[in-house]
Design a binder for this molecule. Structure first.
Ligand SMILES: [Zn+2]
Ligand SMILES: [Zn+2]
Length: 255
């Protein structure tokens, strides 16, 4: 398969410091500081406290529903949003709710420069989404890209790191830079749900030469957190318009 160039990795001080300290200080669990046998490993006690999504979710977009239904009566329940506006993706699945241990892990991974946590987060995603990954015969896997400005600030692209590790576990290697984020939508925290969905519209375009790679292909997108589903929707729209056959997505957490 033709591989496009990787995202540039820029030097970044927190990332450098975290690498240096890992050489000097013995490894400890990033969540509780108990001693562990390797860098980035989460101790079994903390791992057991990263909850599964135990509330009922939409069978397409994976959003957590605000009510319960009897799965024995209604198989594959679809939320109102997906019925009114069918999304451009087949399915979006998350490994855990964005709370507790997973929230802490993702914050350390993204904002404290702890790039090495990507492997552990990816293994939680793989463990909880492996049936979907193996059951869909995907041709291509790719991360949802950061904007170049955010990439320079952070020094690494978290979703590419996650996809790279998931590739090692699933055998479906990552093809990076199929899509490009053309608008910096990094700071969305002040926006309401509907505003976030609007804000991310038109934020992506297909990378140069990517049309030939994705034509007729089944694509799996990887991202860290899905809040409104708007980012996944926009990426999937870009890929489907560009000629992909089908797009699905996995994320570490669902807000
Ligand atoms: Zn721990
Ligand atoms: Zn839905």
């Amino acid at each position: 398969m033709l591989r496009l160039p990787r995202s540039p990795k820029t030097p970044n001080l927190p990332r450098l410091l975290s690498k240096l300290s890992a050489l000097i200080i013995p490894h400890s669990c990033p969540l509780c500081s108990r001693m562990v046998d390797r860098e980035g490993a989460i101790c079994s006690a903390c791992l057991s406290q990263i909850p599964y999504i135990d509330r009922q979710t939409c069978s397409i977009c994976g959003n957590i529903l605000g009510f319960d239904y009897d799965p024995g009566e209604i198989l594959n329940y679809t939320c109102g949003e997906c019925r009114l506006h069918p999304p451009p993706f087949k399915k979006s699945l998350s490994a855990a709710p964005y709370e507790g241990g997973m929230k802490k892990l993702l914050r350390k991974f993204k904002y404290d420069g702890k790039e090495f946590l990507g492997g552990e987060i990816a293994s939680i995603i793989f463990d909880r989404c492996k049936e979907m990954i193996s059951g869909n015969n995907f041709d291509i896997m790719t991360g949802v890209p950061l904007h170049i400005k955010a990439l320079k600030k952070r020094g690494f692209d978290q979703s590419f790191i996650l996809a790279e590790h998931i590739g090692g576990m699933s055998g479906l290697s990552q093809t990076p830079e199929i899509i490009v984020r053309i608008r910096d939508t990094a700071s969305q925290t002040h926006l309401r749900r509907r505003e976030r969905i609007e804000n991310v519209k038109g934020a992506f375009r297909l990378a140069e030469n990517a049309a030939a790679i994705i034509k007729g292909k089944k694509i799996l997108l990887v991202d860290d957190v899905s809040t409104t589903g708007g980012t996944i929707r926009e990426c999937a729209k870009t890929l489907m318009k560009g000629g992909a056959k089908e797009v699905s997505a996995i994320t570490a957490a669902r807000a």
